[in-house]
Design a protein around this ligand. Sequence first.
Ligand SMILES: [Zn+2]
Length: 162
Amino acid sequence: MLKHVSLIRILFYLTIIILAVSCSKKFQFKKVQELENYRDVIERITKGKLGLKGTNLYFVDDLKNDNDFETTLATCYSYEVKFIGDNYIEFSKTAWQRLNNIQRLVLMSHELLHCDCNMDHKDDILEDGCPASVMHTFAPRLECIEKHLVRYFDEIKLGCKE
Ligand SMILES: [Zn+2]
């Protein structure tokens, strides 16, 4: 009888382990080459301070509330419990297609700063109305990026350092 109980216990633990392994597999996304190319550029620009490969990048057709363009370009999801899987970023495919290369780099850097560095938003505004930081809640408009390109990339180059 005692032997029987310990066998059931072993089977129970085995089931838990198998479930845990299959659940963590589910969260490993297939790499999207287009997004990986942008991450590689960010990694080069920041000399490896940003662009850790652990954060999964992928496209979704559309993010919710598409009428609110600014808030739905991309989102970083981070897990409280690391065991479940790595962080991941969803990029809206339709929004991505409307952005030029520089806007995409700024957008991805913003999300990587959230996901890789746990960085929060910084909503200070410059005198001309442009965001002072790439970590502003709303992505800077193209005019702002062109005007403050050096400022924004100096910030990105710091990576996780604030
Ligand atoms: Zn953000």
